[in-house]
Structures are given as structure tokens and as C-alpha cells.
Design a protein around this ligand. Structure first.
Ligand SMILES: *[C@@H]1O[C@H](CO)[C@@H](O)[C@H](O)[C@H]1NC(C)=O
Length: 160
């Protein structure tokens, strides 16, 4: 068989085409793998502190930014007060954060999701309708009573 046989080029094209298909599916599976592993990477030290700080003491692990909420009158509209890595740098790399959410009657924390984390909500006072939708479009929307804890699974669209 000569190298210039017409079938040779077409065989070569088929083999190039199947190489492309293999590369394409590899690329897709890498993307899916990245999506499936979305979340904070594990840190390699006990905790993380800023590069310009030589050492930390107990105050680094104490967040006092919520003190003002204790005993304060309720807000007039929905209010979230965060204690996340932005406000509390000791949380860096710990895969956890905290928030106080206050819902005057009739207010709502609009539909949203957290791609990298699930959420545990503890209802301290009152009743609260909450809800999330799973990937089969099923809605789970109970009305919580004071003292209930509700879990919003990671990445699912939810509201309160
Ligand atoms: C609090 O955290 C939530 C979730 O990350 C964010 O959407 C919101 O903007 C934050 N609020 C403030 C005041 O930073």
C-alpha cells in the first residue's frame, strides 16, 4: 500500500477525529471533577493567620462582633450579620462560618445558594418558613418552630 493511497488520508482523519473525542471527554470529566470537589481545600497547618503576623493569642480566635445584637431591638427589615472569614480571619481554611439572621414578620431572605457549603439554621425565636429545592425539583419547605434546627444541603437553592 502506497502512502498516497486515498484511504490512507481518510484513515488518518478518522484517527485524528477519535483523538479529539478522547481529549474532549477528558476535558469534560476534568470539569466535572472540579465541580464535584468544589469546597475549601484542607489546610496543612492547625490554623491560618496573616503573613504579616508572627504569632496569635486567644483573641485571634474570639469574635466579638455579634455582642451588640444581644438584647437589641429587632430590625425593621430582614437583616443578616455575618461572622465569616471576612469579619473573623481565624475562620480562614476552617470550612465554617456563622451568621445571625433576623426576620421581622413578613420578611424574607431571598432565594440563593452556597456552592461550597451546606447550612445549619437554628431558630432561636418565633416561627419561620424555610425551603430548598433538590435536583429533582422537589421542594422541602416546612414551617419551623422555636428551637428547631434545619439543614440546607450544600449547593441547593434555598430561602427562609
Ligand atoms: C453575609 O454573607 C452572605 C453570604 O455569603 C452574603 O451574601 C452577604 O452579602 C453578607 N453580608 C454582609 C453584610 O457582608
Amino acid at each position: 500500500m502506497s502512502l498516497t493511497h486515498p484511504n490512507h488520508n481518510s484513515d488518518n482523519m478518522e484517527s485524528k477525529t477519535s483523538s479529539c473525542i478522547v481529549l474532549l471527554s477528558l476535558a469534560i470529566s476534568l470539569v466535572l471533577f472540579q465541580m464535584a470537589s468544589a469546597g475549601d481545600p484542607d489546610i496543612l497547618t492547625d490554623f491560618v493567620f496573616p503573613l504579616d503576623v508572627l504569632s496569635v493569642d486567644a483573641s485571634y480566635f474570639t469574635f466579638s462582633g455579634l455582642r451588640g445584637l444581644i438584647g437589641a431591638p429587632p430590625p425593621e427589615k430582614f437583616k443578616g450579620t455575618n461572622s465569616s472569614v471576612t469579619e473573623f480571619p481565624a475562620l480562614n481554611g476552617q470550612s465554617i462560618s456563622y451568621a445571625i439572621l433576623q426576620y421581622p414578620a413578613g420578611s424574607v431572605n431571598a432565594v440563593h445558594s452556597h456552592p461550597c457549603s451546606s447550612e445549619l439554621l437554628f431558630l432561636v425565636s418565633g416561627t419561620l418558613e424555610v425551603g430548598f429545592i433538590d435536583t429533582t425539583n422537589k421542594i422541602f419547605n416546612p414551617t419551623l418552630q422555636t428551637g428547631d434546627i434545619f439543614e440546607f444541603p450544600k449547593g441547593l437553592v434555598h430561602y427562609q
